[in-house]
Write a new protein. Structure first.
Length: 165
């Protein structure tokens, strides 16, 4: 669970996308610690989505939600570097720009299953204040976790070591 303050190396992750200029396949290999994509799934999305794993649990500032293994994907946007949550098999991800998204809750922890480096594991990240916000849409099963501002930068980022901040 790297934190913003753990190493100076993480400081550059919060100002811009740490994977800028990389292909989705290259990003996948970075965040999956050397794994290469087994398949590319064709979905309609505002940006390429790169699988981080399957959602296990979200802990909010009040309450939590658990998910069955392999029911929900947890992915990052190749351009935005934000976390997307959507059901396995979902092929439509709505645009991020429209006004139909609404705030749900602040997210304190994100838990997920992944096989980074070829080893199946359970990962979790304790987000730091200010906590990112979970957004949803009424007509869509898709959710996004949007970072807040912290000292003029993003409150969290996804880097090769995992979720930071």
């Amino acid at each position: 669970m790297p934190k913003r303050s753990d190493r100076i190396v993480f400081q550059g992750a919060f100002g811009s996308n740490p994977f800028q200029g990389m292909s989705p396949e290259e990003i996948y290999t970075e965040i999956q610690w050397g794994n290469t994509p087994k398949e590319v799934i064709d979905i309609s999305a505002p940006e390429s989505l790169i699988a981080l794993g399957h959602l296990a649990k979200l802990v909010y500032t009040s309450g939590s939600a658990k998910f069955e293994k392999n029911d929900y994907n947890l992915a990052i946007g190749s351009d935005s570097n934000i976390l997307y949550i959507f059901p396995v098999g979902e092929t439509y991800i709505p645009d991020l720009d429209d006004s139909l998204w609404f705030k749900v809750k602040a997210v304190k922890e994100t838990h997920y299953y992944s096989d980074k480096g070829g080893e199946d594991c359970y990962y979790y990240h304790n987000h730091e204040k200010p906590y990112p916000i979970l957004f949803s849409r009424e007509e869509s099963p898709v959710h996004i976790i949007v970072p807040q501002k912290f000292k003029g930068q993003r409150s969290y980022a996804v880097i090769k070591e995992g979720i930071v901040g």
